[in-house]
Design a protein. Structure first.
Length: 365
């Protein structure tokens, strides 16, 4: 069995065994606390540029199928797991994780102490790292320190669609005559499915689409998708969002939530190790209801910089960070967590319904 190494920028070296493609890949190392959903995590565009550490100890036990992916390919730079299940067992399984990683040229490592890695990231914060098969890890550490930092790269450009496209209508759905324009910063398939399941016609625009191009289709509402990286690198899009807010109902998810806040004058900041997992409790301040949410973000909105016309709609019950915002006068809302789940609980799909209600209220005056 081939040896592999996880190397962190602070000089830490973890030895394990290789899974997937034999190569060296660099990225920001983060940990995810989900107990299931590794295929959805691997294909989530918001993980572009990152190496993901799974805190759940056994990965690969139910294989890979053709329906759970959230994009057309694996998006992570590498995958770190404690124990790999070589022989998956599930009626939907079509191939094993090792083959899936190899088919996508993604390296992985297993048989390492993922708890030790996670504790280090919690204490120190997310940091750059690499997975390598180089038998001289000290040499690879030198190469790691020469790589562009995660925060220096606009990762959205690598995951956004190149052209506008229509999402195929979901089966057994009655149309509601609503047309939704989705700005693709790294949209997950399940967001498009959730809108389509509610009868909406969904048209997806690349991140650099102009205001004029988006409004050309006369959408009833705008959804700004999740995506990877620092929202401050998308200030041009924030300017577009600022204009869209004046004329259309808007729903922002994760990065989309941050872009709405920045468009209206708020600031964002980098979290120490981010929120990555499917077990984060969030409180809806309107209803008082607490739900368990799926999350994947490294930045958050600074509540002290929110303008007077934006209010906090949701808060994280672990660290108190802003998990949602709502405009006091306009049909504009955003959430920091993932209402579409994939993976994770379906507690928050009601927010798609709330968005559609806002559109209909706006149309009815």
């Amino acid at each position: 069995m081939q040896k592999a190494y996880l190397i962190l920028e602070d000089g830490s070296i973890f030895e394990g065994n290789s899974i997937g493609f034999s190569s060296t890949k660099y990225g920001e190392v983060v940990f995810n606390t989900s107990m299931t959903g590794y295929q959805e995590i691997l294909t989530d565009p918001s993980y572009s540029g990152q190496i993901v550490v799974a805190t759940y100890p056994l990965i690969g036990n139910y294989g890979i199928n053709s329906s759970d992916s959230q994009s057309k390919q694996i998006q992570v730079k590498g995958y770190v797991i404690r124990e790999y299940c070589e022989f998956p067992s599930h009626y939907d399984s079509e191939l094993d994780l090792d083959t899936y990683l190899k088919d996508n040229d993604i390296p992985g490592i297993f048989d390492i102490d993922t708890r030790a890695v996670t504790k280090k990231l919690r204490f120190t914060g997310s940091m750059m790292g690499c997975i390598t098969n180089n038998p001289n890890p000290e040499e690879e550490l030198k190469n790691l320190l020469k790589q562009p930092h995660y925060l220096e790269v606009n990762h959205v450009l690598s995951v956004s669609s190149d052209t506008k496209y229509n999402w195929e209508q979901e089966d057994n759905c009655s149309l509601n005559d609503l047309k939704i324009a989705v700005i693709d910063c790294g949209v997950k398939f399940n967001i498009l499915k959730n809108l389509s399941m509610r009868g909406c016609k969904v048209e997806v625009f690349p991140v650099d689409a102009s205001l004029e191009k988006i409004l050309e289709i006369n959408p009833d509402g705008i959804e700004i998708s999740p995506g990877p990286g620092d929202p401050s690198m998308l200030d041009q899009l924030s300017s577009t969002v600022e204009e869209l807010i004046k004329v259309k109902p808007i729903f922002g998810i994760c990065l989309g939530n941050q872009l709405i806040a920045r468009a209206l004058g708020a600031n964002t900041f980098k979290l120490k190790f981010g929120h990555h997992g499917a077990n984060h409790p969030v409180k809806d301040l309107r209803s008082g209801k607490v739900t368990i949410s799926s999350q994947n973000h490294g930045f958050a909105i600074d509540p002290d910089t929110l303008p007077n016309d934006l209010s906090v709609s949701h808060v994280n019950l672990i660290d108190g960070t802003v998990e949602g915002i709502e405009h006091k006068n306009l049909p504009v809302m955003g959430i920091q967590f993932h209402s579409e789940a994939s993976p994770g609980p379906l507690d928050n799909t009601y927010l798609f319904d709330r968005f559609i209600e806002k559109i209909k209220e706006e149309q009815n005056g």
